[in-house]
Design a protein around this ligand. Structure first.
Ligand SMILES: C[S@@+](CC[C@H](N)C(=O)[O-])C[C@H]1O[C@@H](n2cnc3c(N)ncnc32)[C@H](O)[C@@H]1O
Length: 494
């Protein structure tokens, strides 16, 4: 059977930001945090930590670092069992890398990795943290009797000075889809400045993955968009009839704006493995000992995947990452450890997966081949935000007729992700298992004004009807209260 090729260009932009909704935790006093935690933060000076454009440290602190100053946020990371187990095992199953060694923990947060390094036998641990969380880390170190070994230093890793070079750099720097947050730049900077030539990186390797997926999210998002446009049309009619102004000239720009928001955002999601419909493929492999910032400014790959499910929907692509603790070639780990954020039933992480949706989904079949051209680069406005461009072709394995409809999805689109970092985190230990179906609860993203929106499944929406139902029940009870009382009395007297 002759192969047919369909090309679907799909341009995706997703932004990476970190901010909490004010309803979740109190807003930080940025000025106070800035001045106390990082002198540079309120001075609004600049550095070139993203390897290309200059970065306003004050803005960076307000947008990015400030969230890490909350124990609430640190606790969410400390509750991620998969993450914790991987780091714990990597240290304690490879004590030979720590016993009698000097260690640098880049971005120590609560101090957990520095504490483990000391418990594993390190003779000195420098625990560097940019935010006021450093105070809590110091307390924790002292409470665990490790203040003779762990020295907590408050400041940016780019700015601080250590008295010596170190044998090990340990850090948990990974953002959504690995590179979101761009914190790895800081780890590279630390490595180049402070790691001995024989030193070891924890983790030592990282990979980005992409796979074709099916998901009910596509339909949810489309119906949200359609509902929003229905509402707009009502608004245009009302404005014309009540206030005498015809707003219909704004229909197209409003539709474009809402399309971007509802249909062209990439989303955080915790995918069930059943939702992966094609072979996962590696987009990028990183050797943490050797990689440069220039090499991670842009991730570009042309990869292919084969559909593994019979007659299914291709609703988009899911992206995730893994990191490995292998030591270095000349000084390998005794026990290699992997931390993966792949779709899983039991080992769910707070990173989840990033989902890039197609509108509409297309039908695919087992053995169809998809060639994907992927580019991820940093946003010009914020080096911690990413822009992704995806284009793909499908080579049909057979049954070409049933795929004819796929032409419909050939359109250029733009995606943008949420800034819901950690907001929707379910500690893996407590995470509800997603059903093995498309229709998972949906967590979304930012509203256009930047505040977080929790995108509910239909089940969750039903919850909002409870007060109404209770009110209705109350009314019915009140209405029938007389006969009910009589019945009760009758019952008692009988
Ligand atoms: C993902 S958290 C990890 C915290 C802790 N190591 C853990 O594993 O639980 C990253 C931490 O690094 C800090 N951080 C990020 N960039 C930094 C930099 N350039 N200098 C110092 N600290 C940084 C953040 O404030 C945050 O507390």
């Amino acid at each position: 059977m002759k192969n047919h090729i369909y090309i679907f260009p799909l341009s995706t932009i997703f932004q990476i930001a970190v901010s909490f909704s004010p309803s979740i935790i109190p807003q930080p006093d940025l000025k106070q945090m800035g001045s106390a935690a990082n002198g540079a933060a309120v001075d609004m000076d600049t550095s070139t930590s993203n390897g290309s454009a200059s970065v306003d440290k004050g803005v960076d602190f307000a947008n990015y670092f400030c969230t890490y100053a909350f124990l609430y946020h640190q606790k969410e990371m400390l509750s991620d069992r998969v993450r914790m187990d991987a780091y714990y095992n990597s240290v304690f199953k490879n004590k030979h890398h720590f016993i009698g060694k000097t260690v640098l923990d880049v971005g120590t947060g609560s101090g957990i990795l520095a504490i483990w390094s000391a418990q594993a036998g390190a003779k000195k641990v420098y625990a560097v943290e940019a935010t006021k969380m450093a105070d809590h880390a110091r307390e924790l170190v002292k409470a665990n009797n490790l203040h003779g070994i762990v020295e907590v230093i408050e400041g940016s890793i780019e700015d601080i000075t250590l008295p010596e070079k170190v044998d090990v750099i340990i850090s948990e720097w990974m953002g959504y889809f690995l590179l979101r947050e761009s914190m790895f730049d800081s780890v590279i900077c630390a490595r180049d400045r402070w790691l001995k030539p024989t030193g070891v990186m924890y983790p030592s390797h990282a990979r980005m993955w992409l796979a074709p997926i099916r998901s009910g999210l596509s339909d949810h998002k489309m119906s949200d968009y359609e509902g929003c446009m229905d509402d707009w049309h009502g608004f245009v009619n009302d404005t014309k009839s009540y206030y005498g102004v015809d707003m219909s000239v704004l229909t197209k720009p409003f539709s474009e704006e809402q399309k971007k928001y509802y249909l062209q955002n990439s989303l955080w999601n915790s995918l069930h493995p059943n939702q992966v419909v094609g072979t996962p493929t590696i987009l990028k492999e990183i050797d943490c000992l050797k990689v440069t910032v220039e090499e991670i400014l842009k991730v570009q790959a042309v990869v292919s995947s084969t559909i593994v499910k019979e007659d299914t929907r291709l609703c988009g692509f899911g992206g995730w990452f893994d990191v490995h603790f292998k030591g270095r070639e000349e000084d390998p780990a005794e026990c290699e450890v992997e931390l993966t954020t792949a779709p899983s039933v039991d080992d769910v992480t707070h990173w989840g997966q990033q989902v890039f949706l197609l509108h509409p989904p297309v039908r695919v079949n087992e053995k169809d081949d998809i060639q994907i051209s992927f580019t991820m680069s940093r946003s010009e406005e914020n080096h911690r935000l990413m822009k992704v461009d995806l284009a793909y072709q499908i080579k049909l394995s057979s049954d070409v007729k049933s795929k004819a409809k796929m032409h419909r999805s050939s359109s250029a689109t733009t995606f943008r992700t949420s800034d819901e970092y950690f907001l929707n985190l379910l500690p893996p230990g407590k995470a509800a298992k997603p059903p093995p179906d498309d229709d998972l609860p949906v967590y979304n993203p930012i509203s256009p004004n930047g505040s977080k929106e929790h995108y509910n499944s239909s089940r969750e929406n039903t919850i909002h009807l409870i007060p109404l139902v209770l009110l209705l029940c109350g009314f019915i009870l009140w209405f029938f209260s007389y006969p009910i009382d009589v019945l009760k009395d009758n019952h008692i007297t009988m």
